[in-house]
Design a protein around this ligand. Structure first.
Ligand code: NAD
Ligand code: 0WE
Length: 276
């Protein structure tokens, strides 16, 4: 497998954890997995369904993982069996990565009020926000007292992004869940944070209609005038999941080239495009 090299180290040596949300080599969860593995972590993976095993199996194997469990977060039995497997094989864990989101395709195009149905709303919030509460509860029951959890979010929670629609509402809930889970587990020394990544070309970002425009706009309007590198997201996850992250909890940390910090972009290509 031709993958970028991560500098090796031992920031995660002796730590074991679960990564949920690898679909293929472009998944943000996979960049995180490689970064953690390069620092000595032992990793268990879940995959969503039989079809993804063909992709996730070889990836898991390449980082020396021997725990690979099928898990659909809407199916309690698969959640039960995932955490039962971890308890049986390892007893305790040290970290959890949650990188899961889904809304019906019909919800993610057009106007928010027209497109958002009761069922679409329920399912987006269930899969993209409640699943973190559920996984965090189960993980906390087998987590060592200095453990840590990370979830992935997007700026659409704080600001309106065209077509992101109900996913923005789900991410707002996910970030609020992060703070409440952090408060519950804080007394045990378990830290819980979210990383707000800028747009990255993954399976989840592939299906979106205005993709080309979105990547171009983010590049032009961000502080760094570039798109988000998944390696930066993986680096942030390493910080938050290792002991480097001590005392950081309940936080939503942006890794987006500074896009979130900009009110009006510098003069440049966007000005050229708007003014004549
Ligand atoms: P991805 O498609 O590689 O990962 C999404 C994962 O969600 C897949 O592995 C899929 O199997 C899983 N999933 C969906 N429904 C599920 C279910 N019912 N049960 C179990 N798993 C389920 O895409 P990604 O971009 O790496 O997404 C990972 C996370 O990062 C998501 O939370 C996403 O919202 C977030 N994020 C992505 C971007 C981006 O631009 N790609 C930016 C910010 C945040
Ligand atoms: O969180 C996401 C995407 C999550 C996602 C993607 C899909 C595509 C396929 C959730 N549900 C689905 N459902 C499908 O049927 N991102 C942060 C990436 C993303 O998605 C967008 C974006 C960005 C950025 C959708 C519209 C506008 C911007």
């Amino acid at each position: 497998m031709a993958e970028q090299n991560f500098p090796t180290g031992n920031l995660m040596k002796g730590k074991r954890g679960l990564i949920m949300g690898v679909a293929n080599k472009n998944s943000i969860a996979w960049a995180i997995a490689r970064q953690l593995a390069a620092q000595g972590a032992e990793i268990a993976f879940t995959y969503q369904g039989e079809a993804l095993l063909r992709r996730v199996g070889p990836l898991a194997e390449s980082v020396g993982s021997d725990i690979l469990v099928e898990c659909d977060v809407t199916n309690d039995e698969t959640m039960d069996s995932t955490f039962a497997t971890l308890k049986e094989k390892w007893g305790k864990i040290d970290f959890l990565v949650h990188a899961i989101a889904f809304a019906g395709k019909d919800q993610l195009a057009g106007s928010f009020i027209d497109q958002t149905t009761r069922e679409g709303f329920k399912s987006a919030l269930d899969i993209s926000a409640y699943s973190f509460v559920d996984a965090a509860k189960r993980a906390s029951e087998i987590m060592n007292d200095d453990g840590a959890m990370v979830t992935l979010t997007y700026l659409g929670s704080e600001r309106v992004i065209p077509n992101y629609n109900v996913m923005g509402v789900a991410k707002a809930a996910l970030e609020a869940c992060t703070r409440y889970i952090a408060a519950d587990l804080g007394p045990r020394g378990i830290r819980v944070n979210a990383i707000s990544a800028g747009p990255i070309k993954t399976l989840a970002a592939a299906g979106i209609g205005s993709g080309r425009h979105m990547f171009k706009f983010n590049k032009a309007a961000s502080a760094m005038q570039d798109n988000t590198d998944p390696l930066g997201v993986a680096g942030a996850a390493l910080y938050l999941l290792s002991d480097l992250g001590l005392s950081c909890t309940g936080e939503t940390h942006h890794v987006d080239g500074g896009f979130h910090a900009i009110g009006m972009p510098q003069e440049g290509p966007l000005k050229e495009a708007i003014c004549d």
